[in-house]
Design a protein around this ligand. Sequence first.
Ligand SMILES: *Cc1c(COP(=O)(O)O)cnc(C)c1O
Length: 344
Amino acid sequence: MRVMAVVKSDAYGHGLLRSAAVFYEEGVRAFGVAEVEEGALLREAGLAGEIIVLLGVTPEVVADVIHYRLQPVVYDKEILADLSARAVKMNDVVGVHLKVDVGMGRFGVMPEDVSSLVEAIQSLPGIYLSGVMSHFPLADAPFSGKTVEQTELFSNIVARIGKLTGTVKVSHIANSAALMQNVATHFDMVRPGITLFGCYPGRVIAEHAGLDLKPAMSFKTRVLQVKEVPADCGISYGHTFVTARPSRLAVLPVGYNNGYLRKLSGRAAVLLGGQRASVCGTICMNVCLVDVTELPGVRPGDEAVLMGRQGGEEITADELAGWLDTINYEVLCLIGNLNRRVYI
Ligand SMILES: *Cc1c(COP(=O)(O)O)cnc(C)c1O
């Protein structure tokens, strides 16, 4: 079983180069990026192994694909001619992964057009079929009949392509959710993203997976000021929060500029002194406020955890996602890509 580590979006906010280096050290030899530019960065940093460009390639960057030995996903004929012509001109060959749409309803070639694309690849010099792939729309809804149907369809298509070409080098369809739930989806290679960073691809899966993942990312800062305010004191822009009692507030140097979105105002909690405290008032661009009236020990310079563990408490990406009406993937990208990273 081969693993393609999906490291798009700066490795889900964890840092492309550092993450890929760790996965390589752990034995991963295939990497999935969204765009050619990310593949180029990995090669410039000296990463060996296969790099698959999941979004495919546009004409402007065809030369980079060949120069950096990337393998683009393909799903239409026009780009095949470009890739072939450029590879021949550069006296090189380029492997492509054919993406089939088995029900995602996004990009990919429709099943009935697969043969014609395979024939086009075979007829062109400088280009070869290095893989066949697809993607699930519903793998996180456990035991969905659709996923079973789509797996069968994919399996049939792989077999059909095998008849046309003699062999299919590698076929892959499973993201984290499919990987964790259904062995029939594994084929020759699996493509986990979020699980590599210690998070689950969905709540139900977290409950059924029987794995104990540990999130790689935490989000911390230090208290800037602690101040006492009287009862009936309006707090932050718009005075959306008014103190009901004499209060102590901790000011944190984190705001929506750091991905701690305004929507978290009045919803989120942070950890201070190993305990939960509520974010109060409107979150500003670089600042937010926390009610620490019940936590008399809190001092300027204390560590505040906005995501992660402190003492026996934890705030997960899933919990932040709940407050933001989104999914943990978005929280990781947002927080990871808008803040200074420290690797431990
Ligand atoms: C992002 C992505 C993955 C990884 O998905 P996870 O749910 O993070 O495991 C796999 N395949 C493709 C094509 C992707 O775009």
